[in-house]
Design a protein around this ligand. Structure first.
Ligand code: PLP
Length: 435
């Protein structure tokens, strides 16, 4: 099929997410390899968002493809009451790479379900009902995960599940900036007191917030959250659906702060999205609670053999190709390239990155720091920038006044420099808007 035929039929018979359907303008994709993908007509794009921050190892890795094929030939499916070899091996492998004593896993189809089950496990284990979550967050689109989500995607889905309380995090937008870890932790403790610590089962937070701004917490914040959770018997739940699997230059982002959460959720990079899979990891003492207490949860595709085999092969690729180390190394270069853009382009108000997880915030005014598009909105200039990237073969996520720099972790220096060359040109458009 041609690109136009694919787009036309998709638009006619399928729903695109988070969009009014008359507004969608998808890129037709026929094939992909490494950090690139191509349209059916052969137009090449640099995938500077790893699709949805998930194809961490890069596209079309034969080792993972082969593992999926081999598993499909032997046992494509067994129900979740069975024990299979890929499930056994994946549980053991994750226990090896997950932080601290997180060594028991429940497998799901993706990140939303991982978070859904994380709060279920927290409620069952503590006998408490409330869950704290943050406003600047995305935790998924199923009912519970949507309620946990703090960003505007929640609004149209309200009312959600009961018992979710949102708190602010240390970042307050491009105009107000950051507060200190101490100030933010004091606010958090005040909310805990006001809600009643004995009623709170868990606090879920993205270790490094993803779509809401690549927000890297100030040092001391994660340690402080850990201390508050321990003091009040609240389970600390880190959502690493986006920040896990090398994205930040560590296996899991929480390792940067040497903290062990009680529950860790993951998906995306777990299989690099070759096959859908998510997981909830539990610390040993928490998992032990379910030795004599029933875990009231299940999914037909829990521990799906194809997905477990894909995850094992994906983790092997991270190890063989030293991709976590490469994310750290290329991340250092990306940080420099981003700082250089900020230095030279008046429309760049902030650049943030950790490993190969990056974002640039654009502004209209260097004194007031007015964002180039309003909260939850867009602007002529952001639309023009997005169009420029697309026309010049750079795919990335442009959202509100921000855009992302999240290449696959196999990216090389020349590829990184090529992408930043396109960004550099594109920012001339947004610079013209600066007053
Ligand atoms: C931090 C975070 N949590 C949860 C999710 C939901 O994952 P999924 O779309 O696989 O259900 C996402 C998806 O983008 C995410 O970024």
């Amino acid at each position: 099929m041609t690109g136009d035929e694919i787009v036309s039929l998709c638009r006619q018979h399928t729903l695109f997410e988070w969009s009014a359907q008359s507004k969608v303008d998808p890129i037709p994709v026929a094939r992909a390899k490494g950090v690139h993908f191509w349209t059916p007509e052969g137009k090449r794009f640099i995938d500077f968002n790893s699709q949805l921050m998930c194809v961490n190892i890069g596209h079309g890795d034969d080792r993972v493809v082969r593992a999926i094929q081999e598993q499909a030939a032997v046992l494509p499916y067994a129900n979740p009451f069975m024990a299979t070899e890929p499930r056994a091996r994946l549980g053991a492998k994750l226990a090896e790479i997950a932080p601290g004593d997180i060594d028991v896993f429940f497998f799901t189809n993706g990140g939303s379900e991982a978070n859904e089950n994380a709060i279920k496990l927290a409620r069952l284990a503590t006998g408490r009902h409330k869950i704290l979550a943050r406003y600047r967050s995305y935790h998924g689109a199923t009912a519970g995960a949507m309620t946990l989500t703090g960003d505007p995607r929640r609004w149209a889905n309200e009312p959600g599940i009961s018992g979710v309380v949102h708190v602010l995090d240390p970042y307050h937008g491009i105009e107000r900036g950051w507060e200190s870890a101490e100030q933010s932790l004091a606010m958090l403790e005040e909310v805990i007191q006001l809600e009643g610590p004995h009623t709170i089962a868990g606090f879920i937070l993205e270790t490094v917030t993803g779509t809401n701004g690549v927000l890297v917490p100030p040092d001391g914040y994660m340690q402080g959250v850990r201390d508050l959770c321990t003091r009040y018997g609240i389970l600390m739940i880190c959502d690493e659906v986006m920040s896990g699997f090398g994205r930040t230059g560590e296996w899991f982002a929480i390792n940067h702060w040497k903290v062990v959460p009680d529950i860790l959720t993951m998906a995306k990079g777990l299989t690099s999205a070759y096959v859908p899979l998510g997981a909830v990891g539990l610390r040993r003492p928490l998992a032990d609670h379910f030795k004599s207490n029933v875990f009231y949860g299940g999914l037909t595709y829990n521990s799906h053999p194809l997905a477990c085999a894909a995850a094992l092969a994906t983790i092997r690729v991270y190890e063989e190709d030293k991709l976590v180390e490469n994310a750290r190394r290329m991340g250092t270069l990306m940080c420099t390239l981003m700082a250089d853009l900020q230095h030279r382009h008046p429309s760049v108000g902030a650049s943030r990155s950790i490993g190969l997880f990056g974002l640039i915030e654009l502004i209209r005014n260097r004194e007031t720091r007015q964002p180039l598009a309003p909260f939850n909105g867009t602007s002529e200039e952001m639309t023009a920038l997005s169009r420029f990237f697309r026309d010049h073969g750079l795919y990335t996520f442009v959202r509100w006044n921000t855009f992302f720099t999240n290449p696959p972790l196999c990216v090389t220096e020349p590829e990184l420099r090529e992408a930043f060359g396109i960004i550099d040109e594109g920012l001339k458009i947004t610079d013209r808007a600066v007053q």
